[in-house]
Design a protein around this ligand. Structure first.
Ligand code: G1P
Length: 292
């Protein structure tokens, strides 16, 4: 089977749940400890063997492109100050092979992915949503690629969510359970009301998709929220060819929400060897209300 080398990262969303912080800067650039959220996602892609990254951007997203560009003045300064480690970190970021396409109108995730058709060029590819950070021992995308390697069809990363949350997600209607964590998908539905949801298996921002999706996206009609939904075209794809849902291991954070953003910040800080001890002490005092 041909190796999957390309990923699409849709990052054109307006970040309305984090306004006003996202009024003039992309939510993907908000830092989770010391790295912008998108860098966490790109590192997962690179660790999973991805070689080329396409970010779908929109208006107000220039900071993303600047971040992955060279920073000549900063590099000179760090060099002069002998800050070798920081210099290397800054240079490494600019070496990542990234391409950009602008989604000119916010018409939905399906519309954003459709814009990548030429870049993808008829091969299976990965999609990673810029809102979803997954902390896992084996990178989440790498887990999906293993399932793809075993079964061949498109693979959607899912996890069960409480019933009260199913209306926030794309939800799987499973046809049959093939293995502990793998289902063959009969269909999918975007953000169903809880009482109509076919399961509680929610799509959480990681996909391996076969190129058969593109003709379906090209004729897709607006779905939930009046947007062209990737979920609807994946559902159409499941009627034509094999699509699997895979319950990946790891903790997923919705960093487009205030709660998810804060949870990621706290958990990643507690994992940082240089911050952990002090920060833990601070937190335990803070929750008792006597941190001043
Ligand atoms: C998108 C997808 C949805 C998925 C979710 C995961 O929705 O359309 O199927 O469950 O991401 O984060 P959004 O959160 O962009 O509304």
């Amino acid at each position: 089977m041909k190796k999957i080398t390309k990923v699409i990262i849709p990052a054109a969303g307006l970040g309305t749940r984090l306004l006003p912080a996202t009024k003039s800067q992309p939510k993907e650039m908000l830092p989770i400890v010391d790295k912008p959220a998108i860098q966490h996602i790109i590192e997962e892609a690179l660790l999973s063997g991805i070689e080329e990254i396409l970010i779908i951007t929109g208006r107000n997203k220039r900071a993303l492109e600047d971040y992955f560009d060279r920073a000549v003045e900063l590099e000179l300064l760090l060099e002069k100050q002998g800050k070798e480690e920081l210099l290397q970190a800054v240079r490494d970021i600019a070496d990542i092979p990234i391409h950009y396409i602008r989604q000119k109108e916010a018409l939905g995730l399906g519309h954003a992915v459709a814009a990548a058709r030429q870049f993808i060029g008829g091969q299976p590819f990965a999609v990673m949503l810029g809102d979803d950070i997954v902390d896992a021992k084996t990178p989440c995308l790498s887990q999906l690629l293993d399932v793809y390697g075993e079964y061949g069809g498109s693979v959607i990363g899912v996890q069960p969510v409480p019933n009260s949350q199913v209306s926030n997600y794309g939800i799987v209607n499973p046809a049959e359970r093939i293995k502990d964590a793998v289902w063959r998908v009969a269909s999918l539905v975007e953000k169903p009301p809880a009482e109509e949801a076919p399961s509680n298996l929610a799509i959480l921002g990681r996909y391996i998709i076969r190129p058969g999706i593109f003709p379906l996206l090209a004729k897709a009609k607006p779905g939930a929220g009046g947007e062209i939904q990737l979920t609807d075209s994946l559902s159409a794809l499941a009627r034509k060819e094999k699509v699997f849902a895979f319950n990946f291991s790891g903790r997923r954070y919705d960093i487009g929400s205030k709660k998810g953003f804060l949870e990621a910040t706290v958990d990643f800080a507690l994992k940082d060897p240089q911050l952990r001890d002090d920060f833990q002490r601070y937190l335990s005092k803070a929750v008792k209300g006597n941190h001043t």
